[in-house]
Every structure is written in structure tokens, then in C-alpha cells.
Write a protein that binds this ligand. Structure first.
Ligand code: GDP
Length: 365
């Protein structure tokens, strides 16, 4: 499954946030929190469309889609030199699909700040620097290897070196690789390098309990926003402490607590949605009377592959799919209504599934 890694300096609130995430996941009947790995938390993706489909179809069961958050604890300074837990830290980041960087924006004299005072910009740069240095190392090694290979006179390597030099220059300027404009072809070349700073990132700005209802009133959040804007990254202000309290509650109690705080929904929901978006994923739905369910696919997946997410047999025996877009289904009011309006399409193997498609697969067993 796809995953987001949670990183950040010590004492910024990572564990607090991660505990809120796993607590919320533990309450789910669909994805009971897996106790196998304490560093992995599964979260369900809140989606209004799924609620609406449930209203329309009235199924026995509704199942949201889910992805993983991984707690990447560990150090940071000196990681790129392989000091301490550094190598492990970087190896874990290499495995995730996106990064959630928790930044301390709360003041509390009782909780030591590793670098003296609250300074979100310096925190961000400390971690980013390690990632940049690690990538620089990877890129330089690759350039060396490609130069050797090029002695054979292969044009492919010349092109590759040119790209790598450009990447190297950006890294020397302290710029993450994600900030570069890259063609699909270039991305394909870089994919093999498993770079860290090419991964999509979002900043979770951890504010104090008192600021949970007025997230943007915090001046540190503004600083993080300015920095992130230049990187085209998203910022989710959140109070990890409040989230851990919310996560302990259920149903009515939860709703009341949120109301008391003056919040529409939990910050965790906002964070989950933002992280899901960061992963660049699409959601399609199946909507039967037994089960209405959301499924996750990557953008560009064709119908048989999308069916394979449900079961490999669906992909192998794929014949065709009946498809109606979410918007059409809702305005028609029912599957039959959509059929009468001619909005229920029959699609074949080459159909590229769209976000919000409601699908029914026909397949051979
Ligand atoms: P980690 O080292 O990044 O995992 O940080 P922790 O989640 O362990 O948090 C470090 C300390 O900061 C703990 O004592 C938390 O209770 C505290 N903490 C986390 N969030 C907040 C907050 O919003 N306000 C205050 N006052 N303390 C917080």
C-alpha cells in the first residue's frame, strides 16, 4: 500500500500526532490497526462522495479507502554522513511515497527545543539539508558511473549526465529536486536513483492547544506558509495535542468536543485528505447493495488494472466495465436513472479510469 512518512526534529510532536493517527485507525472496523508494526498506522480517507453514495444506495456496509502513515523517528543532524541512526532514517524515507514533515510552532518552556528556541524555518532547513546532502551523494556517484559508461560512446549517457548535472546544481543551491521542472522522460531516468527530495512533501505545523481554533493566528504558521509557497508545498496547521484528545473520543462526545473547540472537523481529517492528495491518487467507487466502497488507484490506470486493485482475478478475467461518473449518478439519482439517461457507459480494456468513476466490472473466472 501507499505510504506517507512522518519526519521531524525531536520534540516537535511527531509521536503525539502519530498516536492520534493510530488511535483513530484502531477504531475502524474495516482496517483494524495492525499491531505487527508499531510504526505503521492505517488511516481511512474521509470522502463526502462516499457518504452521498451510501445515502443513494443504502448498502449493508460502507468501506472507505485507506493508506499508511509511517512514523520515521530518529535523528537528523548528520544523517547524510551516516551518523547514529542516520542511515536508517534515510533508508526509511526512501521507502515512502510522500513525506509529512512535522514542524514545531508551539511554545512551551517545559519542552526542550533541540536547537534552543522555536524556529520553524531553521527546523525545516535542518532536515531538508540532510536530505539534500544525501541526494547530492547519490547524484555525484551516478554521474561518475555514467561518465565511465560513456567512454563506450553511448549517447544515452551524455543525455543522462546533462540531466544529473542540472540536478546537482539545484542541490548545491539547496533546492529540492521536486522544485525542478522535469519532463516525464527525465522523471523516468531519475526514478532509478530513488532520490529523497523528489518526493512530494507537506508541512504539518504543530500549534498549541490554545490555537487549535485559530490556526492561522500563529505567527510561526505564517513563516512556514511563506517557505512552503516557494516550494509549491502544502501546509496543514494542526494541534497534535488536541488531535490526540479528539482521537480518544467517539460519536456524540467527539462532535461535542469539536463544537466546543469551534471546529468543523478534526485536523486529522484535514491532514489525511491533504496527504492523500499529495500521493497523487484517484478514487473510484463500487456501489452495490451489499457494499459501497472507495478504491485507490494511481492516475492513468486503465480499467483492468483498476479492477485488479479489488482482486487479481478481476484483472485477469476482465471483459468490460460499466461506468458512470459520480456527478452523473448523483444528478440521475440512481443507477437506473443514469442508465435511462444514457450515462451508464460500457468501457473496455483501454479505458483510463477517472477520479470519481463508479464502476461495475464484468469478468471471466
Ligand atoms: P516527537 O519527539 O517529535 O515525537 O515529539 P512528542 O510527540 O513526543 O512531543 C514532545 C513533547 O511535546 C511531549 O511532551 C508532548 O506532549 C509535547 N507536545 C506536543 N504537542 C504539543 C502542543 O501542541 N503543545 C504543547 N504544550 N506541548 C506539546
Amino acid at each position: 500500500p501507499l505510504s506517507c512518512g512522518i519526519v521531524g526534529l525531536p520534540n516537535v510532536g511527531k509521536s503525539t500526532l502519530f498516536n492520534a493517527i493510530t488511535q483513530a485507525g484502531a477504531e475502524s472496523a474495516n482496517y483494524p490497526f495492525c499491531t505487527i508494526d508499531p510504526n505503521v498506522g492505517i488511516v481511512e480517507v474521509p470522502d463526502e462522495r462516499l457518504d452521498k453514495l451510501t445515502e443513494l444506495v443504502v448498502p449493508q456496509k460502507t468501506v472507505p479507502t485507506a493508506f499508511e502513515f509511517i512514523d520515521i523517528a530518529g535523528i537528523v543532524k548528520g544523517a547524510s554522513k551516516g551518523e547514529g541512526l542516520g542511515n536508517k532514517f534515510l533508508a526509511h524515507i526512501r521507502e515512502v511515497d510522500a513525506i509529512v514533515h512535522v514542524v514545531r510552532c508551539f511554545e512551551d518552556e517545559n519542552i526542550t527545543h533541540v536547537s534552543g528556541g522555536v524556529d520553524p524555518l531553521s527546523d525545516i532547513q535542518t532536515i531538508n539539508l540532510e536530505l539534500v546532502l544525501a541526494d547530492l551523494d547519490t547524484v555525484e556517484r551516478r554521474i561518475e558511473r555514467s561518465r565511465k559508461n560513456m567512454k563506450g560512446g553511448d549517447k544515452k549517457y551524455a543525455q543522462e549526465i546533462e540531466l544529473l548535472e542540472r540536478v546537482k546544481e539545484a542541490l548545491y543551491d539547496d533546492k529540492p529536486v521536486r522544485s525542478l521542472e522535469l519532463t516525464d522522460e527525465e522523471r523516468a531516468i531519475l526514478r532509478e536513483l530513488h532520490l529523497l527530495t523528489i518526493k512530494p512533501i507537506l508541512y504539518a505545523a504543530n500549534v498549541s492547544e490554545q490555537e487549535a481554533a485559530d490556526l492561522d493566528g500563529n505567527r510561526y504558521v505564517q513563516i512556514v506558509r511563506e517557505f512552503a509557497a516557494a516550494e509549491n508545498a502544502e501546509v496543514v496547521p494542526i494541534s497534535a495535542r488536541v488531535e490526540s484528545e479528539i482521537a480518544e473520543l467517539e460519536g456524540e462526545d467527539k462532535a461535542m468536543f469539536l463544537e466546543e473547540l469551534g471546529l468543523q472537523e478534526s485536523g486529522l481529517n484535514r491532514l489525511i485528505r491533504a496527504a492523500y492528495k499529495l500521493l497523487g491518487l484517484y478514487t473510484y467507487f463500487t456501489a452495490g447493495v451489499q457494499e459501497v466502497r472507495a478504491w485507490t488507484i494511481r492516475k492513468g490506470m486503465k480499467a483492468p488494472q483498476a479492477a485488479g486493485v479489488i482482486h487479481t482475478d478481476f484483472e485477469r478475467g476482465f471483459i468490460r466495465a460499466e461506468v458512470v461518473s459520480y456527478g452523473d449518478l448523483v444528478s440521475a439519482g440512481s443507477m437506473n436513472g443514469a442508465r435511462e439517461r444514457g450515462q451508464l457507459r460500457l468501457e473496455g480494456k483501454e479505458y483510463v479510469v477517472q477520479d470519481g468513476d463508479v464502476m461495475h466490472f464484468r469478468f471471466n473466472v
